[in-house]
Write a protein that binds this ligand. Structure first.
Ligand SMILES: Cc1cc2nc3c(=O)[nH]c(=O)nc-3n(C[C@H](O)[C@H](O)[C@H](O)COP(=O)(O)OP(=O)(O)OC[C@H]3O[C@@H](n4cnc5c(N)ncnc54)[C@H](O)[C@@H]3O)c2cc1C
Length: 367
């Protein structure tokens, strides 16, 4: 058996680590010249979206011997709508670094991999298919799955972000649901440290947004962040991502070709989380290749999760600023506080996304 992994990101490297544990040395092909060679940004994993798992990093450590260190544990989320501010507190999740940084998740995984990585690879899937018995497509987007007529795109998103200097609490993240500056989207601030944070606007590429100028949205957002954090933040780095594809494969595996990470459809269309599931699909693909379990069966709950998240996205499309004001206003009431405490408690397996999505399905038509 010979295994090629295309892409040395979260899913590809997790796949390699797992294969190695079972005695298979894959060959990894990465088109960049080093692991994580892209802009640095801060991302998050929230426990509430991955129930029944309550602590995602311990889950990888305890079950799959994959070790990842966060930047911080998040214990408070401040949510701004147009006219209201609310907070959610508890064991909410983690923040972590991505990209060209020694502590980025991909670099942490890279240190656990023993197999050879061919950097600056120009190999296509078709080339690898000829040379290897198994190919894991882990290139971070649905392009190959699309080419193989195995992918449905649901949302294209645009993101613009920056690293800023200021004073922050590492365990505190902030989001904005304000359609004045991010129509049908959201914005967030995640600290890297007490002195640096990452600020981002993310909005879907709907026809009504196509005439909007991203620089205008950004300017409004930046002014709002400075106002809400009561500081003049200094921008030290910027990035922009256009047409980030959110969609899912019809089949997670065709013969001996595996679709992992965003190639499978791990990025959730609701709020754009994909890291946890990307790592899982890498591990699951390796399990199938090693004959330990079946990829299609293992990824079934992830497909279900994707569908639930799509319901959330379609619901967000229906809401307006006054709806968000009402939701955010109620976040600080005692009853809601108790409910959130329960949902974030380590003892609960309640899958909020699943049940909210089931409740909303009759009102939301999935195109
Ligand atoms: C700005 C931004 C913010 C995000 N924030 C969050 C967040 O807060 N929480 C969260 O859970 N998720 C977040 N996500 C999504 C998350 O980052 C992805 O879902 C996850 O990284 C997908 O992992 P992957 O293995 O599929 O791809 P990646 O980790 O991106 O790896 C893909 C790798 O394949 C390589 N590659 C591409 N093409 C080829 C080729 N032809 N040949 C060889 N190699 C190739 C790439 O260079 C890269 O190294 C965010 C995404 C973006 C863009």
């Amino acid at each position: 058996m010979s295994v090629a992994i295309m892409g040395a990101g979260l899913s590809g490297l997790s796949c390699a680590i797992t294969l190695e544990k079972y005695g298979i040395r894959p060959t990894i092909f990465e088109d960049r010249n080093m692991v994580g060679d892209r802009f640095v940004n801060c991302e998050t994993i929230f426990n509430i979206f991955n129930k029944p798992i309550n602590n995602c990093l311990s889950y990888f450590e305890d079950n799959y011997d994959i070790h990842l260190e966060p930047v911080s544990y998040i214990s408070k989320m401040i949510i701004h709508s147009k006219n209201e501010v609310g907070t959610i507190k508890g064991n909410l999740g983690i923040s972590n670094i991505r990209g060209r940084h020694e502590r980025s998740f991909e670099n942490q995984l890279f240190k656990q991999v023993k197999s050879k990585i061919n950097f600056n690879s120009k190999y296509t899937y078709e080339d690898l298919k000829k040379e290897f018995t198994h190919v894991v497509l882990a290139t971070g987007d649905g392009a190959y799955a699309c080419r193989l007529n195995n992918y449905k795109c649901d949302v294209l998103a645009n993101l613009k972000g920056a690293t800023v200097e200021g004073n922050f609490k590492s365990d505190e993240a902030t989001t904005w649901f304000n359609y004045d500056f991010v129509p049908k989207g959201y914005a967030y601030l995640i600290p890297f440290s007490e002195k640096e944070a990452h600020i981002v606007i993310a909005y879907p590429d709907y026809p009504e947004n196509s005439s909007k100028d991203v620089n205008d949205m950004w300017k409004k957002f930046y002014e709002q962040v400075c106002k809400d954090t009561s500081q003049q933040l200094r921008i030290t780095d910027r990035f922009q991502v256009k047409d980030y594809i959110m969609g899912i494969c019809d089949q997670p595996k065709i013969d001996t070709t595996y679709f992992a990470g965003n190639c499978f459809g791990t990025i959730s269309p609701g709020l754009g989380f994909g890291q946890f599931t990307a790592i899982l699909t890498g591990i699951y693909a390796a399990y199938d290749i090693c004959g330990i379990d079946d990829y299609e069966t293992l990824t079934k709950p992830l497909k279900e999760n994707y569908k639930n998240s799509l319901v959330l996205r379609r619901t967000l499309e229906e809401l307006d600023d006054s709806n968000f004001d009402m939701i955010v206003k109620n976040l600080d009431n005692k009853l809601f506080d108790k409910l959130i405490d329960k949902l974030h408690g380590d003892e609960t397996n309640f899958d909020l996304l699943k049940w909210v999505s089931y409740a909303l399905r009759p009102w939301i038509s999935l195109k």
